[in-house]
Design a protein around this ligand. Structure first.
Ligand code: ATP
Length: 358
């Protein structure tokens, strides 16, 4: 199997006068694990259905492996799709499910069986070939669906929230498995999810989508550390947001006057003195330290244990601030304290109430 690139040029989708996907340009590289991350209704499924040929775009060009495929129906494209509900056939054995697409192509039974066994080995289901899907766990059924999709040797595998029905532990386990299967096969994976943890953990690159538009494309650490829009900054991970106005800009940094004090942050978007702004700091970048360059007084309101982390909620002025620290027994239990953050751990964004609310 070999992955192919997917190139969307000016692709858009309108339903009546509603624009589900605005004009979109994006290139997914051959053999890449590419995630499309965004909230419910932002257009992720629509985009995936356009790639796989289940939906004809209102405009634009779809190319796979450099060839325009707009005119090809789903079953003539080098793509396969795994849906949220998996759609396995309950009365067929596991191996028959896997080989289903091969039977439709007239492949002889012995070859089908051999191919199914190879794929079941790839997804770590050797020994389950003669069971029915109902005799398998949720995670095992998930892997049958993956093996079935890979049986037709797609160049591009489209996965629509395939882990959403699984419990948390299994979901985390399947992330590792999916990534390993993608690496082993070299097939291009396009994975859609509204779960930022999944996207961050698995992807070579992530496209963050909001209201029909891709707002940023990049590797996980880039999207997390250098968000280009307020929506990306707040949708991927948590942020403390301090609103205010910029008082000074210099050397890529900006000072923002907020109700809690004047603080410095990275001015990555090049905002100007006098602009309204939001200063954003991630909970894990907050420190209990009056010595930090940016610091303010706060009172501990709540302390939640989250296994490896302790989440502190503090009140400061009339807002709540969240601080996440490793659970190594040093988290305070109560009281007033100073908390702070380094200027390089804060980013300055234009105000965008809608982005924060979503
Ligand atoms: P979810 O995570 O909930 O599946 P999504 O990001 O995949 O959401 P889409 O299913 O792509 O979102 O839908 C995007 C928007 O387009 C939604 O507002 C949806 O209601 C609308 N939409 C999707 N399909 C149609 C259709 N056939 N006719 C009209 N509107 C549609």
């Amino acid at each position: 199997m070999r992955g192919q690139s997917v190139e969307l040029t000016g692709v858009s989708m309108r339903f009546g006068d509603f624009t589900a996907v605005a004009e979109t340009d994006v290139t997914i590289r051959a053999g890449e694990f590419f995630s499309i991350l965004g909230p419910s209704g932002c257009g992720k499924t629509t985009l995936l259905r356009i790639v796989s040929g289940f939906l004809t775009p209102s405009g634009g060009r779809v190319a796979i492996g450099g060839e325009t495929v707009n005119h090809l129906s789903a079953n003539r494209r080098p793509t396969a799709m795994i849906f949220q509900n998996l759609a396995l056939f309950p009365l067929m054995k596991v191996w028959e499910n896997v080989a289903f697409g091969l039977e439709a192509r007239g492949v002889p039974k012995a070859v089908r069986r051999k191919r199914a066994d190879e794929l079941l080995e790839l997804v770590a289901l050797t020994g389950h070939a003669d069971k029915r899907p109902t005799e398998l766990s949720g995670g095992q059924r998930q892997r049958v669906a993956i093996a079935r999709a890979l049986a037709v040797e797609p160049a591009v595998l489209c996965l629509d929230e395939p882990l959403s029905a699984l419990d948390l532990k299994l979901r985390q386990h399947m992330r590792t498995e999916l990534k390993a299967i993608q690496r082993a096969t070299g097939v291009t994976f396009i994975y859609i999810t509204h779960d930022q943890g999944e996207a961050l953990a698995m992807s070579d690159r992530i496209a963050v989508m909001h209201a029909g538009r891709i707002e940023q494309v990049g590797p996980a650490d880039e999207v997390y550390d250098r968000p280009e829009t307020p929506f990306v900054a707040t949708f991927v991970g948590e942020q403390n947001v301090l609103s205010g106005r910029i008082t000074r800009v210099a050397d890529g940094m900006a000072a923002v006057a907020t109700p809690l004090g004047e603080f410095l942050g990275r001015n990555t978007l090049g905002l100007n003195e006098g602009d309204a702004a939001m200063l954003m700091v991630r909970p894990e970048r907050m420190v209990l330290d009056g010595e930090a360059r940016n610091s303010f007084g706060a009172t501990l309101e709540r302390r939640d244990l989250e296994g490896p982390f302790v989440q502190l909620v503090l009140s400061a002025g009339d807002q709540l601030v969240s601080v996440q620290m490793p659970n190594v027994g040093r988290a305070p239990m109560a009281g007033a304290m100073r908390i702070g953050f380094a200027p390089e751990d804060a980013i300055v964004m234009p105000p965008d109430a809608e982005a924060i609310a979503t």
